[in-house]
Design a protein around this ligand. Structure first.
Ligand SMILES: NC(=O)c1ccc[n+]([C@@H]2O[C@H](COP(=O)([O-])OP(=O)(O)OC[C@H]3O[C@@H](n4cnc5c(N)ncnc54)[C@H](OP(=O)(O)O)[C@@H]3O)[C@@H](O)[C@H]2O)c1
Length: 284
């Protein structure tokens, strides 16, 4: 039985990967800085290793007897006072060194779709820098480049729930977001496949306006969508950059760019966004 270390198991994608690995019969070791966050997936975990990817000394033993390391480590909403270079780059580099020192045979890393088109942004720069290290490391690897997750698209639903939604520009840029469960299957398939770069999106393509309309529909509300001109958003973001910390302005910069680029990745999976919104509406 192959043993997999999941770094990022406390997060959205990582928790789905843990479940998918267990379903397929892998031995799962979950790495977490706060193991209490693993409670909801504890039935799918064989062993918990407590460690902090940003503190290499705490990783000693984490990769022992491990065949494959999967990492979805990266800053999304965390506000720990650490930079993207500290976590997305250096944290993953510490994991890579741990894997190499322990003879791990494959490293599967989660980057982002269309990274090259967004490389000027700090989070993306850190991901590209780590991907380059991984490629040059001599280790067998796969880099998964996903489109937006349903967990992020939930923000559209929250706006619709509020009753008014805002769109940057005309909202005609396209995206095919993916559910964590579908994406986890692609990540686990990568263990056996030889593909090194895996671009991946969900099964349906929407414009951003269509996503908002779908969210209002799930809530049985009339869509009230306000279009914000691109220049206003750029000006506000530029001003914010002068005062706010990197972890505040970077997600905003990322959202502005990602919302105005066509982001259509090769389609995988079955989960429909309308069903996801309907489930959220039931709980609302
Ligand atoms: N969300 C999207 O739409 C999207 C799209 C494409 C790519 N991605 C990338 O995919 C990856 C996974 O995304 P996700 O939505 O699953 O993110 P998530 O739910 O925030 O999970 C991120 C994981 O990284 C860990 N982490 C973050 N900061 C850390 C730190 N300072 N020290 C130790 N661990 C830390 C988190 O641990 P804690 O739980 O302890 O904080 C968590 O396990 C990220 O790199 C993200 O940028 C996301």
């Amino acid at each position: 039985m192959q043993k997999v270390l999941v770094a990022g198991a406390t997060g959205y994608l990582g928790s789905h990967v843990v479940r998918e690995l267990k379903k397929r019969g892998y031995y799962v070791r979950a790495l977490a800085r706060n193991p209490k966050k693993l409670t909801s997936i504890q039935d799918s975990i064989d062993e918990v290793f407590t460690g902090e990817v940003t503190k290499p000394e705490s990783l000693e033993g984490a990769c022992k007897n491990i065949d494959v390391l999967f990492s979805s480590i990266g800053i999304t909403r965390q506000q720990d006072g650490l930079s993207y270079m500290d976590v997305d780059y250096q944290g993953n580099k510490n994991l890579l060194e741990c894997a190499q020192a322990n003879g791990v045979s494959k490293f599967i890393y989660t980057s982002v779709f269309n990274a090259e088109k967004m490389k000027q942004l700090n989070p993306i720069h850190a991901k590209i820098k780590f991907s380059d290290e991984l490629r040059a490391s001599g280790m067998n690897y796969a880099i998964v480049n996903p489109n937006g997750f349903f967990s992020d698209i939930e923000q559209y639903f929250e706006m619709a729930k509020f009753g008014v939604a805002f769109l940057i520009g005309d909202g005609t840029a396209k995206i095919n977001p993916i559910h964590g469960e579908d994406l986890a299957k692609v990540c686990v398939d990568a263990i056996q496949k030889d593909e090194k770069q895996i671009d991946v999106g969900g099964p349906e393509i929407f414009t951003h306006r269509e996503i908002l309309e779908l969210a209002f529909k799930a809530l049985h509300k009339h869509p009230l969508i306000i279009q914000v001109p691109q220049w206003t958003v750029d000006l506000t973001a530029g001003t914010l950059k002068l005062f706010a910390t990197e972890n505040i302005y970077s997600p905003i910069e990322f959202a502005i760019l990602a919302l105005t680029l066509d982001m259509v990745a090769p389609a995988y999976g079955e989960k429909k966004l309308g069903d996801f919104f309907a489930e959220l509406a039931q709980k609302a």
